[in-house]
Write a protein that binds this ligand. Sequence first.
Ligand code: SPD
Length: 285
Amino acid sequence: MDAQRWVSEVNEGWGLTVKVKKQLCDIRSQYQHIEIFETENLGHLLMLDGIVQLTSYDEFAYHEMMANLPFYACSHVPERALVIGGGDGGVLRELGRHPELRTIDICEIDAEVIRAAQKFLPETSCGYDDPRVKVNIGDGSCFIKEHPGCYDIIIVDSTDPGGPGEPLFGENFYRDMKKALTPGGVIATQAESYYLLPEIACRVVKFAGRFFKSSGFAQINVPTYPTGVIGCCLGSDEGEVFLPRRMPDAELQKQLRYYSPEVHRSAFELPVFARRLFSKNGDEK
Ligand code: SPD
């Protein structure tokens, strides 16, 4: 491969481009095109169907928020967590920092993503080393129906709609997630960027608002996702999702590089245009 190659995530009329040194993995699985690169400046880069999923440079921001927003928004101390998608293991790694969790289940549709991550992305796939993690290979939208009342937190670390993650953006899936929660449990779903995919962000906000008494869109700064921002939509029937109910102890806070109770609260403070977008199209409360 050309030593000076650049790879791009291309959106309508523009792209996000990263200089890569080497391609480590190029697999066409039953579900998607899996590519992993060693980049010039950003460590490893995982792409699925040409869409950036993570780079070593900033994956901590996304994974810490996806794991800790629901963990700390939960009205009771969570003991059972479910991750849907998230085959690279980054959310598992962050959940693993919480000794309170007794079980951490993951349902990933594509076993090839897990295999590739375990081979080439040790910094995120170390999440699988935790003995509390139980791996299920299958469709998360089916798995969730089979586990009513089982989970204190459910985290949906999906790809964009259009690929294997499509059912995870449907109304029925939100209804089924609600049934799979324990009373007072919390969902957290990958909610896209209000700049890049406003209609998807609105859809997610609308469904969360429809099924949960408290819901909201938290923004996360991730420079290697196009537009540099991505959402995490929370929903719960107890308390207000934008208020952390507990805080990391000093030892854990030292390990974290993005999440803090202050960041939890401020992530729900959106720019005016995004707030208007969601109140007009997302039924946000
Ligand atoms: N638009 C890209 C959204 C990617 C979300 N999933 C990231 C997976 C990282 N664990």
